[in-house]
Design a protein around this ligand. Sequence first.
Ligand code: SF4
Length: 277
Amino acid sequence: MRVRCHAAPAGTGGKRVKQIAIYGKGGIGKSSTASNVAAACADEGYRVTIIGCDPKSDSSITLLGGHRIPTVMELMQQGMEITENEVVFEGYKGVRCVEVGGPEPGIGCAGRGIIVAIKMLQNISSVMQDSDLIIYDVPGDIVCGGFAAPIRKGLVSETYVLTSGEYMPLYAANNICKGFARLGNPLNGVICNSRNAENEENIVRAFAEELGSELLAFIPKVDLVQTCERAGYSVIEKEPDSDIAGVYRKLGRAIMERDVACEPKPLTDERLRELTG
Ligand code: SF4
């Protein structure tokens, strides 16, 4: 069953910068997906920027050969005047990497961190305008005020939900879609990051379709992704000829070509339980 789907609105004249966020339960693989998609799109010649919001700098570390970069919040807290070179770092194939810095444990920052950091970035750097694709890798849990902030402030123009076929990640993905529905924010697609659950692809495809969206990619569980990450690289860089690199390339293309958005229609808890058996 499909609900209203429509072409995403074009930008306000001139070149359209795709500004996407991938949401999902903590630990489901958002940073791996974001960094591999960033690398895949850079390989295709797109100018890509990735903006992470994680204390561990997970989003950028595999694009920078395992190097951690200072976060905008850290530098701001030191009260220093910040220059572009101190917060924007070029990684694999020119991907520009920025780390906002994570929430304080148990407190979060109600979205202020990312908004303040982006405003500052807009003043000192042209990356926000000079990109074909900006990927926001923000904590997806709805308890974090940051979930809504990038959408409310118009920083994000496309949203994707990442889940596996297990109940808890699907529950979180469904909750995120409830948040989108409340904000009037469209959903651009669902991505399955497999955990080898039984009948997983069919479950996530059915979930996506019942939401009114579609399954854009099924990313199989492959140890190579973690092996490359431990070495400080994306699979796109370290194992470019692997099958899994091909899956990320396909996903990158699907995102770059995507101009369809749907108003998500979240499932009931009962229906979610039925789906996951
Ligand atoms: S509230 Fe936001 S900026 Fe703050 S930590 Fe959460 S996502 Fe990041």
